[in-house]
Design a protein around this ligand. Structure first.
Ligand SMILES: Cc1cc2nc3c(=O)[nH]c(=O)nc-3n(C[C@H](O)[C@H](O)[C@H](O)COP(=O)(O)O)c2cc1C
Length: 337
């Protein structure tokens, strides 16, 4: 069942919402390489309601490519969430996704993100109110529970579906786990078994196309959501469709295209150069000479200098078969879902 509300998707592969990553430039790249859906990173319902200029910037999308456009919002108050969703719809959102997984205290202390795992009735009320106010399909992204003693995903899913949730994404770790341990795919299988007629989006620890296929086969989930494995490697969506990994030239052109879009999106050169450094580290991850390249790029502060460095490095960069060094491992502690 490759359908979310009225939207029939071309394949089962979805880019995970990732703060600081799933901005318009990266979403467009992922869509073009074959992702069926790319929800935005989490956007504050309070920021939307107060027409906060910074928040509204996150709503920019490419209507030619991003179809359907799924907007992820967070908040704890059903009324405020419904009002925010209406504003999102006015800006073009076709699906409203509700963040019920974010573990960050700043978010949970206001009853939002993973705090909603503890209050299924309020979580369901948010779905109901948003659907009633917008008429749009509403999706939710949850974890398996708050902690090991309260893995209430079945009860929560039941209430969310009852309230009209059109598809449910599950990252099967508890809030307490953060990103430690392994995502427990048995939770995804359990959800699908209990709700066979509802679209279930499996997520967590898909590192390769083979993992994605295995997740579908072993859990029966309808969709697979890929997060960290797409960082610096949006080509994974092409591979998932049976295509090939990028050639060095393609990678080089891809990084340049992303960087230029990022500069245009951010609007100021130095800010864009700085905020692109993490993408650059991800793109270089696993290639020969990545550490030296990172050090070089981190010292540059104009888009022109960065472009020149990208050309020099990526055009001939080959995969380091010895694997990335410890020092190149990426830190996800601040991740938001
Ligand atoms: C840098 C980063 C930012 C994230 N931001 C969000 C977010 O804004 N909203 C959300 O629902 N999940 C967020 N997540 C969680 C991911 O969507 C996903 O659930 C998680 O990374 C597990 O999938 P993976 O193993 O494929 O990475 C974030 C994860 C990372 C790594």
């Amino acid at each position: 069942m490759l359908q979310i509300g009225p939207h029939i998707l071309p394949n089962p592969y979805i880019l995970a919402p990732m703060a600081g990553v799933s901005e318009r430039p990266f979403r467009v790249i992922a869509f073009r390489l074959g992702a069926a859906l790319c929800p935005t990173e989490l956007v504050s319902s309070q920021g939307l309601m107060h027409a906060n200029q910074r928040t509204l910037k996150y709503l920019r999308f490419d209507p030619q490519v991003e179809r359907p456009y799924s907007l992820q919002i967070f908040g704890g108050d059903p009324e405020a969430m419904a009002r925010a969703a209406v504003i999102g719809k006015e800006y073009g959102a076709q699906i409203i996704d509700i963040n019920m997984g974010c573990p960050v205290k700043k978010v949970t202390k206001n009853g939002a993100g993973s705090a909603l795992l503890c209050e299924p009735t309020r979580a369901a009320e948010i779905v109901r109110r948003i659907h009633a106010a917008t008429g749009l399909p509403v999706t939710c992204k949850i974890r398996s529970g708050w902690d090991d003693k309260s893995r209430n995903y079945l009860q929560l899913a039941g209430e969310l579906f009852e309230a009209g949730c059109a598809a449910l994404a599950i990252h099967p770790r508890t809030r307490e786990q953060g990103y430690s341990g392994k995502a427990d795919w048995r939770v995804i299988a359990d959800l699908k078994r209990h709700f066979p007629d509802r679209p279930i989006i499996g997520n967590g620890d898909v590192k390769t196309p083979a993992d994605a296929h295995r997740m579908r086969e072993t859990t029966g989930c309808d969709f697979v959501m890929v997060g960290r494995a797409a960082l610096g490697n949006p080509w994974i969506f092409r591979e998932l469709a049976g295509g090939y990994p990028p050639t060095p030239e393609e990678r080089c052109e891809g990084v340049l295209a992303h960087f230029r879009e990022h500069v245009a999106f951010v609007g100021d050169g130095l800010g864009a150069v700085r905020s692109f450094r993490r993408h650059m580290a991800w793109y270089a991850h696993g290639l020969h000479g990545a550490a030296a390249f990172r050090a070089e790029v981190n010292a540059l502060d104009t888009p022109e200098a960065v472009e020149a460095a990208v050309r020099r490095f990526f055009v001939s960069a080959s995969v380091d078969l010895a694997g990335p060094s410890e020092e190149q491992e990426v830190d996800y502690r601040a991740a938001l879902g």
